[in-house]
Design a protein around this ligand. Structure first.
Ligand code: PLP
Length: 380
């Protein structure tokens, strides 16, 4: 039998993050996945358990429940209304939908390197060409508008930025964002600002590009903020015309996000879980400090203490060679020490000399996992 498939996915694979995680087993110490090990906040579980008996459970509007869209709009900035909001199945579908709506065949989209690998694959699936801009390690992975400008061509249509940043934990300053806003304005570009880690910040406040640039599409979700990855609930905030097209996309792709998850989002955004969240953030900060101390003591690898998100980004370039990539090293770590870390190669070409370790795991797993990484590197 000949199985006919489209060209659209040719050469596109599941990201290396998933491929490495798929090698882990139930007994592995997983410092790989970008997922907090906290449960869904109790107040949200209780609210859903009670509400589900009376909530309407039919289809909702394609762009989401009006009251949820209104709530997101009010939290997102002055002057915004429900017409600026489309609810999606996690940030992942939001990014997919936005790029499907924005990108024509041959259009170029600037993506960060290192950066979340789905950007590049989704740009390709939408028919566009991803063009990497480098976040320089020697300058703390800062966002440099002149580096973006060097990558522009007449085909550049959009820029994707992500702050707090996965995988480095960098948080962009107002000044960096203002320079990017000026560049986008000058070249008439749309900016997609992935802000899923905006609430996961250990010092100060993370600014949004939308505070500086009117043509920003903000993407966010419940996943990282509320430890609700499996609820698959996200959204984007943008110009009403773009939102209208996203509503059409939603109708054809998903009909609507699950009604019960939208109701859970209303509970979350109305503040039901705020106390538990701030306790979680305190705990996450302790885990960051624990992970940083363990990594320093057990491995001696160079890394920066991250200001946001929940990853340590460590330089292993001295342990690599042309015949031993960061992927080889990550696979050896699983095989010999049963510890999962993500190879830098998952995040781009310029990132291949690093590994990403998540400190969203339990303190016991952080300590034991990093101890094993140290033991492995000591022998390797
Ligand atoms: C930078 C970034 N954007 C988007 C996502 C997707 O998040 P969601 O669970 O909301 O789809 C992730 C998940 O790891 C991420 O790290």
């Amino acid at each position: 039998m000949t199985l006919f498939t489209s060209d659209r996915l040719r050469g596109i694979e599941k990201t290396l993050i998933r491929q490495v995680n798929d090698r882990a087993n139930a007994s592995s110490i997983n410092l790989g996945l970008g997922e907090l090990d906290f449960p869904t906040p109790a107040a949200i579980l209780e609210g859903v358990a009670t509400g589900v008996r009376s909530w309407p459970m039919g289809y909702t509007a394609n762009a989401g429940l009006p009251e949820l869209r209104d709530l997101i709009a009010r939290r997102s900035g002055p002057g915004l209304t429900a017409d600026n909001v489309c609810v999606t199945i996690g940030a992942e579908e939001a990014i997919f939908a936005v790029l499907m709506v924005l990108v024509n065949a041959g259009d170029e989209v600037l993506v960060p390197d290192p950066g979340f690998p789905a950007y590049e694959s989704i740009v390709r699936m939408a028919g566009g060409t991803p063009v990497a801009y480098i976040l320089p390690p020697d300058r703390g992975f800062t966002l440099d508008a002149s580096e973006l400008e060097r990558r522009l061509t007449p085909r550049t249509r959009a820029v994707i930025i992500n702050s707090p940043h996965n995988p480095t934990g960098a948080v962009y300053t107002g000044e960096e964002l203002r320079h990017v806003a000026a560049l986008c304005r000058k070249h008439n570009l749309t900016a997609l600002s992935d802000e899923v880690y905006r609430a996961v910040i250990f010092e100060g406040r993370a600014e949004s590009l939308s505070e500086h640039y009117e043509r920003t599409v903000v993407v966010d979700s419940l996943s990282k903020t509320y430890a609700m990855t499996g609820w698959r609930l996200g959204w984007c905030v943008a110009h009403p015309e773009l939102i209208r097209l996203l509503g059409t996309f939603n109708q054809l792709a998903i009909s609507c996000p699950p009604a019960v998850c939208q109701r859970a989002a209303i509970l979350a955004l109305e503040g039901a879980a705020d106390e538990e969240m701030s306790r979680n953030m305190g705990e996450l900060k302790r885990r960051r400090d624990l992970a940083a101390r363990c990594l320093k003591e057990s491995t001696g690898l160079a890394f920066r203490v991250p200001r946001g998100a929940f990853y340590l980004w460590a330089d292993v370039s001295a342990r690599l060679s042309p015949s031993r990539t960061s992927l080889d090293l990550a696979l050896e770590l699983i095989e010999r020490e049963n510890v999962v870390v993500i190879p830098g190669a998952a995040f781009g070409r310029a990132a291949a000399g690093s590994i990403r370790l998540s400190f969203a795991a339990s303190p016991a797993n952080i300590e034991e996992g990093i101890r094993r990484v140290g033991r492995f590197l000591g022998r390797a």
